[in-house]
Design a protein around this ligand. Structure first.
Ligand code: ADP
Length: 195
């Protein structure tokens, strides 16, 4: 169980290909809270052919964002589950200012708040290079560029939003995976002392 004073409610922010999914999995172990990836949840829904999956399949394949109302239902439901009550690492949510407001509402209703927002910073050309090397089904170059464009238009405003709330913990993502993990842990540790 998560210690009441520890950093336990964290949003992972960063462009597609920044490695935030991998880092969320590592941090999940260290912090003792589940990593929740909305991308993985949606891909599972698509694979299962559920109603949600059928609704989001084409949108995901194009690199666009699923609408905020659909995502609000997905995340509200997930955060209600037992394992997320004491904390979570959110990977891939929020992705718009509207989603950030929804998340604030969900947490407020539960009487809790975010502890930190970890930002993994990586230059755009490095992101394209990584994405082409990775080649997932939705990783065609035009789709990659579209996802980066959507990130810079819709998601990057969250950086200032969380900076204003003094929650932002930026980390250089253009270094080895181990170094990024270690920097994230110290950035979140620094947040713990209330900086
Ligand atoms: P990335 O590799 O870009 O980090 P994810 O695995 O997080 O991608 O998400 C893959 C796709 O799922 C997104 O391009 C988008 O279509 C959809 N998606 C995931 N999370 C969200 C969200 N919070 N809001 C809208 N769409 C989302």
């Amino acid at each position: 169980m998560a210690d009441a004073n520890a950093i336990s409610r964290v949003v992972m922010l960063g462009p597609p290909g920044s490695g935030k999914g991998t880092q969320a999995a590592f941090l999940s172990e260290s912090l003792g809270v589940p990593a929740i990836s909305t991308g993985d949840m949606l891909r599972q829904a698509v694979a299962a052919g559920s109603e949600l999956g059928r609704k989001v399949e084409d949108i995901m394949a194009s690199g666009a964002l699923v609408d905020d109302d659909t995502m609000a239902d997905v995340v509200r439901e997930r955060l209600r589950q037992e394992d997320a009550v004491d904390g979570f690492l959110l990977d891939g949510y929020p992705r718009t200012l509207g989603q950030a407001e929804t998340l604030e509402g969900i947490l407020e209703d539960a009487g809790v708040q975010l502890d930190a927002v970890a930002l993994i910073d990586v230059p755009e050309e490095e992101l394209v290079r990584r994405a082409l090397a990775r080649k997932r089904a939705d990783d065609k170059e035009d789709v990659i560029r579209e996802r980066l464009r959507v990130y810079s238009e819709k998601t990057s405003p969250l950086i200032q939003h969380y900076r204003d709330l003094a929650l932002l913990r930026p980390v250089n993502g253009h270094q080895s995976m181990e170094q990024v993990t270690s920097d994230l842990l110290s950035a979140l540790g620094a947040a713990e002392s209330g900086s």
